[in-house]
Design a protein around this ligand. Structure first.
Ligand code: FMN
Length: 376
């Protein structure tokens, strides 16, 4: 059978000139293990290199903040805003490359969900509306989120410029193989997309075609900063860390606008995440969000994420229209998921104790990695 027509998890893929040896991706996961100044640490070097040794074709880093104004979300979160941070990321990318892997940075602006930011005492969002839910204890947050100040148009331009500058550092200094823009999970770009957090009456608010504008402009700016021959993509979700079950009120039509408009920016991939990636995205329509992305952006690479750690589920996501499958918790429990599954060994179940009481990288994770073979 033609591998193009019906790919398996272990088939290669070309992503804008980057040769991926298989379809298995480590999903972005915040692990608050950088220094207080946002500088990646040796612990992070070993943690990320372990996924490459375990056979993942691609690693996406944790969300990394993009400017020294309002982007930082968590204490211990890495940034990509100065030479010191960028050079320390270089140690991570060098180790991943030496282990035969490839790595993209996820660029993130926390917006109104920022819990800790050493540069500012207030938060910004599209509108001055308190976020739902409570701060995340796993990232050392406590109590309700602060009510953000509505971000001014010139500050929106500065936030976009922050993504572009971080992308340039990612390519030129840090040695990353590509960029993922965090447009998902309730952070700034998703706050603009979301009807109940974006009540603006300017060009950045109103109908969904306006609300996707910030993600769209950010994608264009990042593409402009890194040039054409470098992989760039956007991560999109309906659910949020503080509102798991949110659905786009515009349904399938909204999905066509969101994915179609992003596809026109010149990006290479869409990373679609849902709690369970195979579930219908909208009431009364059997199609998953992955399927909607595939239909609206037929020429882009689609990454599926959400509950796909069982091998059969991961394989089915490819049949549903995905090109790549990203694993979050499954990769934490099995940094060697690809190697194990290729040999017919069942993945280990994820133990939530790994992230308890806080989400930093644990010594046991590094010990697990030391035992892994180098994958050629
Ligand atoms: C500890 C942890 C940290 C996460 N941090 C991020 C992040 O920084 N950026 C992001 O886009 N998603 C983040 N996520 C979400 C994951 O990328 C993924 O979407 C989620 O775990 C669902 O996939 P899974 O079922 O394979 O675990 C995080 C998830 C976990 C478990």
């Amino acid at each position: 059978m033609n591998a193009q027509a019906r790919p398996t998890l272990f088939d290669p893929l070309d992503l804008n000139g980057l040769a991926l040896p298989n379809r298995l991706v480590v999903a972005p996961m915040t692990r608050i293990s950088a220094t207080p100044e946002g500088v990646p640490t040796p612990t992070m070097v070993d943690y990320y290199a372990g996924f490459a040794r375990g056979g993942f074709g691609l690693i996406v880093t944790e969300g990394s903040y993009t400017d020294r104004a309002y982007a930082q979300g968590y204490a211990g979160q890495p940034g990509l805003t100065d030479m010191e941070q960028a050079r320390a990321w270089r140690a991570v990318t060098d180790a991943v490359h030496a282990a035969g892997g490839r790595i993209f940075v996820q660029l993130m602006h926390a917006g109104a969900l920022s819990q800790a930011n050493r540069f500012r005492n207030e938060t910004v969002g599209p509108s001055a509306i308190a976020p739902k839910g409570m701060q995340m204890g796993v990232y050392r947050g406590k109590g309700p989120y602060r009510t953000p100040r509505a971000i001014a148009p010139h500050e929106i331009d500065a936030a976009i410029a922050g993504f572009a500058e971080a992308a340039r550092l990612a390519r030129d200094v840090a040695g990353f193989d590509g960029i993922e823009i965090h447009g998902a999970n309730g952070y700034l770009l998703d706050e603009f997309l979301t009807d109940y957090t974006n009540r603006r009456d300017d060009a950045w608010g109103g109908p969904i075609g306006n609300r996707i504008r910030l993600a769209e402009q950010t994608a264009r700016a990042v593409r402009g900063a890194v040039g054409d021959g470098f992989p760039v993509g956007v991560r999109i979700s309906q659910g949020k860390v503080n509102d798991f079950t949110h659905k786009w009120a515009e349904g399938a039509e909204g999905a066509a606008i969101v994915f179609g408009r992003l596809a026109e920016t010149g990006i290479d991939f869409l990373h679609v995440t849902e709690f369970e990636a195979w579930q219908p995205a909208f009431p009364g329509d059997a199609r998953s969000l992955v399927r909607h992305a595939r239909l609206a952006a037929p020429h882009l690479t689609v990454i599926a994420n959400g509950g796909l750690h069982e091998p059969a589920r991961a394989q089915d996501a490819l049949a549903d229209g995905a090109d790549l499958v990203a694993l979050g918790r499954g990769a934490l429990a099995n940094p060697d998921w690809p190697g194990r599954v290729a040999q017919g060994i069942a993945p280990r179940p994820f133990d939530p104790a790994l992230l308890s009481p806080f989400g930093e990288i644990k010594p046991a994770e590094l010990r697990m990695r030391e035992a892994l073979p180098l994958v050629a």
